[in-house]
Design a protein around this ligand. Structure first.
Ligand code: MN
Length: 235
């Protein structure tokens, strides 16, 4: 696939704890959390170990799960050995491209979207307190926007000795476009605006415009955007 990627620390945070996960046939993001250098360390380890684990492998669910487990173990063990990194963890959402299909691994509150035939669909479920409250109809979408627990995630890589990733399998059709992003994008830019931007612009321009809107709307978190699509012969 053809890919374009952006990451920005935003306007409020002192550093960028997000990491891009972009390598051969791999497209995604990791959004780290933890004090000192914990967040950026966790997201970097996740990205490095996934890339190493999946290099030259044929896309399949068991290899994918093993890669996420390996990342989890490395972060967990690194944290156990370093006082200042204790409690670090990261989200991890990435697409692994196969022949006519794609696998998506997902832990945490980063997201994968697919734009197909003019429709934007969020493929991943947020592993966050607020998303769970919403899914159980405990709160309204309006309440979710300002909920005091909106930063609490319910699943992350590296926090516990084992982690279970959601794995999504999807076919890849010509013209499909994929967006993987951290919450720094979707908390600042509504889905409808993301949709409109992708419809109106090519990947490079859309990535720039989405980043610009996230910053205009406050840029209160790190922002990471990966947009990719199959390379098909242009008509
Ligand atoms: Mn974030």
């Amino acid at each position: 696939m053809r890919v374009c990627q952006r990451t920005h620390k935003g306007l409020v945070r002192a550093n960028n704890q997000d990491s891009l996960l972009v390598a051969d046939k791999l497209y995604g993001v990791a959004d780290g959390m933890g004090g000192h250098r914990g967040g950026e360390t966790a997201s970097r380890i996740a990205v490095e170990s996934v890339i190493a684990a999946l290099k030259n492998k044929t896309p399949g669910e068991s290899a994918l799960r093993l890669a996420v487990e390996a990342a989890n173990r490395r972060i967990y063990e690194t944290a156990a050995e370093n006082e200042s990194l204790q409690g670090m963890g990261t989200t991890l959402t990435f697409l692994w491209e196969g022949e006519g299909k794609a696998l998506i691994a997902h832990v945490g509150d980063s997201r994968a979207y697919r734009l197909r035939e003019g429709k934007l669909e969020q493929l991943t479920l947020d592993h966050s307190m607020v998303a769970e409250l919403l899914r159980n109809n405990v709160i309204t979408p309006e309440m979710a926007k300002t909920h005091p627990y909106r930063n609490i995630i319910t699943r992350a890589v590296g926090i516990d000795p084992v982690v279970e990733a959601d794995v999504i399998q999807t076919e890849v059709k010509p013209g499909d476009r994929w967006l993987m992003c951290s919450d720094g994008l979707y908390n600042m830019v509504e889905d409808a605006k993301i949709h409109k931007t992708l419809m109106e612009m090519d990947d490079e321009k859309a990535a720039d415009r989405l980043m610009e809107m996230a910053l205009e709307n406050g840029g209160t978190d790190n922002i990471t955007i990966v947009i990719c699509q199959s390379e098909v012969a242009e008509a």
